[in-house]
Design a protein around this ligand. Structure first.
Ligand code: ZN
Length: 144
């Protein structure tokens, strides 16, 4: 499968069986999984959106109170769901093109993108347990 490096954004070809073996990027040698959400912008979003790993995107802004309250929930989900899923944050102030492309009308909005296509959307934050349930219901299965 193709996994995009969170550091240099190059694609790495990796056997699914090696996901759990703490793989490093072939180009920059850094860890392909950090257990933390990744900040994406208009320049690097597409490289992660068309990866074989499902991408969960949190569209947020610094001025948005509910977004700030949700941030620790999202971070915790990243540590639980990697390496089967990538979690990323898009600051709608820094990347208005992405917010427009996905027709984001309120924040936070959560999207699941897989192989370039949006497959699920959630408007508004949820408590941790409900957010995990939403993810488990909507995330596509990644081969083990
Ligand atoms: Zn890299």
């Amino acid at each position: 499968m193709l996994i995009t490096c969170p550091h240099c954004h190059r694609k790495n070809r990796l056997e699914a069986a090696r996901l759990n073996a703490a793989p490093n990027c072939g180009a920059c040698k850094q860890a392909l999984f950090t257990g933390l959400p990744l900040a994406l912008d208009n320049g690097n979003f597409a490289r992660h959106a068309d990866s074989d790993l499902p991408l969960v995107v949190d569209f947020w802004a610094a001025w948005c109170g509910p977004c700030r309250q949700f941030a620790p929930v999202f971070e915790q989900a990243a540590s639980k769901l990697e390496p089967r899923t990538r979690l990323a944050k898009v600051d709608t102030e820094a990347a208005p093109e992405l917010a427009a492309r996905f027709a984001i009308r309120s924040i936070p909005t959560l999207l699941i993108v897989h192989q370039g296509k949006e497959i699920a959307r959630l408007n508004g934050a949820l408590p941790a347990a409900e957010f995990m349930r939403w993810l488990q219901t909507n995330l596509p299965a990644v081969p083990a």
